[in-house]
Write a protein that binds this ligand. Structure first.
Ligand SMILES: *Cc1c(COP(=O)(O)O)cnc(C)c1O
Length: 957
């Protein structure tokens, strides 16, 4: 026997083979089914020659996991982790280890999808409703949503909610000058896009300025706790609304904003167990009065009932959202911050109200003691604070220099003042080190003495008297065993990618490899404050530069900003760049945005946010952009054409032949081409939008580049542009000239999850990335071909092939049998599958995107389920199953239903829950039956379910 070469043996460590589901033999078998000899031949048959990349990506070859981790370890080591007391919206926190390992590092939580399929998402929706209850309780408001992107964008959303809801017809929004600087910047950008006048001034002026709304901060950015009740009354008297940015931990001790007149309350839940991460991701929140709930932005979890009449969670009031309302939506938010909201909610569940108060009180005592020590040393410190000291009258430069010698960061305010924010992680040693910077000697006994001698610095009139977190969920799971089991019980209710493929069209639910996730929690990435000096963040700079260079090579663009923290935010940033570019050329009047009718809802919603007018263009019978209609519209609006937003390959799952001509048409009329890059998974290594004529794209790193979906976030939506648009990227990008401002709070957005995408690209290498794309195309075509005898694929491109996803048309079957696409989606749950995308972009269809990571075995399992379902539909057609009482109509089936003594259906129980024999080996039991959507929207209830809804009744023997 000849011995294998070392190189052959080494090759088997290649990550590519772990990431890509089918092995080479299976790929060959599948290619035969699809009718091609090789991946390259198939790719040539699918991708139009006019856009095909010539040559390989100029990237290194793939690495092993060991090699890539060593390389990113070296990058991480260039970050220098100081103790940060900078505050300004970001505070140290201890992530409880039980939450770190069992939520943040647990694929059952981080690989879940957005809870559109309510029946398989009850666990994460319960976690989110805990988040909503927590935010509503602490802020003293009626209702809260299930997370927003960051505090600054939440404040911008508060401004637009106020504009929609206020009686006042003023066009002015007033922002107090003591909000966090990044909040003001993001609000300013948003106001500019919408043509809202902004006025900034002392909070007290809010009482007299004519506005539709005001933004105050409580406690303010310098830590001071102001009493705004009189201001709020005055604002209300004018028919305007009061938005308040606040801090959840402070609110455990302070009178809730809802108790002194706030209408909308926003903030960040970061300090509830989520590390700095150089700026994100963290879950922001918005709470408001009940009257505004139908106008609120973002996702909202509500309680409805299921088909058995039992309480069940679902996303409620979706008609506000971009995927339904499009340019009339309340915001463009799609991906939010679910995973981080789950962490923050569990932090509150674990600590409970008393634990949170203890943490808050300890932090406050430390702050009061430090303030006293500084005053004794002759330093002036502001009064009435919770955790943040505003130190004035010092030589700030000297102070920061001393601090840096002790590896401590303080907030830079100006030449004579600094800020010090304490937090949950602050120790007595920290207090001593902080005091020493100002020349004070704070020994342990001095701390004791000052503790005795120093009163609290909380204003007596603003102390909290009301209860919060009284629901049993916040008062039960305080031991680690209890929380561990609660987390497990919730995760077990849900289907995530650790149990099944999630074949969601357009959402690219591919492998989120463990090795990609590992660096995220390294202290060198996790524990860096977003405002830490550049000298401490060289690792992050290298990471950002390196990832930018790799993505520039992959996309064909010239510059990329990582600031947008979702795809929709990337769209917003890209459209701002287009607008600013037009303005720079004296064409600021261009405001028409052409959007094909098949576009994702975020496209029109984002266009609206930058003040563009949406003109919808038609699609032809093949699902392609109707070139004639596009030409007509472009011509008609030639003088005012700003942009076309197009998705490529199209949301209909095809590579349109005309894309180059489309770009030329738009350019000929003075417009810019925005390519929605959510479908990059069909393009990487095969074609580059920046090279075929597109000017700007956002990428969804949480789709193509392996950042997990987290149950609906976090996301990263970098904005990639050609060089002429680079000066108009958001502030913080090296090429930007500052004209568009900031789109989110931190310079690099959710920087701490960039290592995931960096790892993916490094692990795959140039050949692996291209192969991944090709197998993504193959897997989709394999499903389409194998299902062809059973379900029609609605649209195909060249040579009868689809791109990386295919749309299965259920409408003819519905016509014949009454079985809807939704019935099929719910029936898949009985087979243990997450449904494909339902009724987008075409009503009555299912869009399937398997991705390259699904093995042949898993594809076949899915195909078998779909064929069995087709057989059931056929049985209805043939009269063997009842048209109304059949397993599709009543899916999904719960254990409760089939275990009932009485079974009333016209089909057997066995068919209900074990339609395939293999399910007896492994069965997912949905915790609820089909959830009633109409009931949920009519009876909006968005808080924790009262316990008496679940009374235990013993069964009589
Ligand atoms: C996912 C998606 C978006 C929006 O991205 P988010 O990160 O959810 O904001 C936009 N367009 C398309 C085609 C998408 O699939």
């Amino acid at each position: 026997m000849s011995k294998p070469s070392l190189r052959d043996l080494e090759h088997h460590d290649a990550f590519v083979e772990r990431h890509i589901g089918p092995n080479d033999a299976e790929i060959a078998q599948m290619l035969r089914a699809v009718g091609h000899d090789s991946l390259d031949a198939m790719t040539d048959a699918i991708v139009p020659g006019s856009i095909k990349a010539t040559g390989a990506l100029d990237l290194p070859g793939g690495m092993t996991e060991v090699e890539a981790l060593a390389k990113i370890r070296a990058i991480a080591a260039r970050n220098d982790v100081f103790r940060s007391f900078i505050g300004q919206g970001y505070y140290g926190t201890h992530t409880p280890n039980v939450i770190l390992r069992n939520v943040l590092e647990n694929p059952a939580w981080y690989t879940a999808y957005t809870p559109y399929q309510a029946e398989i998402s009850q666990g994460r929706m319960e976690a989110l409703i805990n988040f909503q209850q927590m935010c509503a309780d602490l802020t003293g408001m009626d209702i809260a949503n299930a997370s927003l992107l960051d505090e600054a964008t939440a404040a911008a959303e508060a401004m637009t909610l106020a504009r929609r809801s206020a009686k006042s017809k003023s066009n002015l929004f007033f922002v107090a000058d003591d909000v966090h600087p990044q909040t003001l910047e993001v609000v300013r950008t948003r106001a500019g896009g919408l043509g809202i006048d902004l006025q900034v001034g002392p909070a007290a002026d809010a009482a007299t300025v004519d506005s539709f709304g005001v933004l105050l901060q409580y406690p303010n950015t310098y830590g001071r706790i102001g009493d705004h009740a009189a201001v709020a009354d005055a604002v209300h008297a004018r028919g305007a609304l009061v938005a308040v940015a606040t801090d959840l931990l402070a609110l455990t001790l302070l009178k809730a904003p809802g108790e002194w007149g706030a209408d909308i309350v926003v903030g960040n839940s970061q300090r509830f167990g989520v590390p700095f991460g150089f700026g994100g991701p963290h879950a922001a929140f918005m709470a408001c009065r009940d009257a505004f709930k139908r106008s609120m932005p973002g996702r909202l979890i509500g309680v409805s009932i299921d088909a058995e009449g039992k309480p069940a969670y679902r996303l409620t009031l979706q008609t506000r959202e971009q995927h339904i309302r499009r340019e009339k939506a309340t915001s463009n938010i799609c991906t939010a911050q679910v995973l981080l909201a789950v962490m923050a909610a569990m932090y509150a569940v674990y600590h409970g109200p008393e634990g949170l108060v203890r943490i808050a009180r300890r932090t406050h005592r430390q702050a009061a003691i430090l303030a006293a020590a500084l005053r004794q040393a002759g330093v002036s410190v502001g009064e009435q604070f919770f955790d943040t000291l505003h130190v004035t009258g010092v030589d700030a430069e000297q102070v920061h220099l001393y601090a840096s010698h002790q590896r401590i960061n303080l907030r830079k305010i100006d030449a004579t003042s600094v800020g010090i924010s304490l937090d949950e992680t602050t120790t007595r040693a920290d207090l001593a080190a902080l005091a020493k910077i100002f020349g004070a000697d704070l020994t342990d006994s001095a701390i004791e003495a000052l503790d005795d001698a120093t009163a609290d610095a909380l204003p007596a009139s603003l102390l909290r008297a009301s209860e919060f977190l009284t629901h049993p969920v916040f008062n039960t799971h305080h031991s680690e065993h209890e929380l561990l089991r609660y987390l497990r019980a919730l995760a077990d209710k849900d289907l995530a990618m650790d149990r099944t493929m999630i074949p969601l069209g357009s959402c690219t639910m591919k492998l989120n490899a463990t090795a990609e996730m590992i660096p995220v929690t390294w202290p060198e990435f996790a524990n860096i404050h977003p405002l830490a000096p550049a000298s401490q963040t060289r690792g992050y700079q290298e990471l950002v530069d390196s990832l930018e260079a790799m993505l520039v090579e992959i996309t064909g663009y010239d510059a990329i900003s990582f600031q947008p923290n979702s795809g929709a935010q990337g769209e917003y940033a890209g459209l701002l760049a287009i607008r600013a570019w037009h303005a720079s050329r004296g064409e600021g009047h261009r405001d028409i945005c052409l959007i094909p009718e098949s576009a994702h809802g975020t496209n029109p919603a984002s266009a609206q946010l930058v003040g563009m007018k949406v003109v919808v263009t038609k699609c032809d019978a093949n699902g392609n952009v109707d070139l004639d209609d596009l030409r007509t519209q472009a011509e008609k609006h030639s003088a005012n054409l700003a942009a076309l937003m197009i998705t490529y390959p199209s949301t209909h799952g095809v590579f349109e032949e005309d894309i180059v001509a489309i770009c030329e048409t738009v350019h000929a009329h003075g417009g810019q081409v925005y390519t929605d890059g959510a479908n990059m998974n069909a393009l990487v290594g095969v074609a580059k939008p920046g090279k075929w004529g597109s000017d700007v794209s956002h990428l969804n790193l949480h789709k193509t580049f392996c950042i997990p979906h987290g149950g609906g976030g976090p996301g990263v939506g970098p904005c990639a542009v050609k060089s002429h648009l680079a000066p108009f990227l958001p502030d913080g990008h090296r090429d930007a000239d500052g004209t568009v401002g900031q789109v989110s709070a931190a310079a690099h957005g959710s920087a701490s999850i960039l290592p995931i995408s960096w790892m993916y690209i490094a692990l795959m290498g140039k050949a692996g990335l291209r192969k991944a794309t090709q197998v993504a195309l193959l897997n989709a075509n394999y499903i389409s071909k194998r299902l062809a005898p059973h379900y029609r694929t609605l649209y195909t491109g060249r040579n009868g092939l689809v791109a990386h996803e295919c749309i299965l048309d259920l409408r003819p079957l519905e016509k014949a049998t009454g079985v809807s696409a939704e019935d099929v989606a719910k029936r898949l749950i009985d087979f243990g599958f997450h449904a494909p995308t339902l009724s987008f972009p075409v009503a009555g269809t299912l869009m399937v995107e398997p991705t390259e990571s699904e093995s042949l075995h898993e594809l076949d399992r899915f195909i078998d389920a779909m064929i069995q379902i087709r057989d059931e539909i056929r049985a209805i057609e043939e009269g063997k199953l009842d048209r109304d009482d059949n397993p599709l109509r009543h899916a999904p089936h719960t254990a409760n239903a089939v275990a009932a003594s009485e079974w009333t259906h016209a089909y057997p129980r066995e068919l209900a829950v074990f339609p395939l024999a293999s399910l007896r080996q492994q069965k997912y039991w949905p915790p609820v039956a089909r959830v009633d959507n109409v009931h949920g929207d009519k009876n909006v209830f968005c808080a924790c379910i009262p316990v008496d809804a679940y009374k235990d009744e013993a069964v009589e023997a």
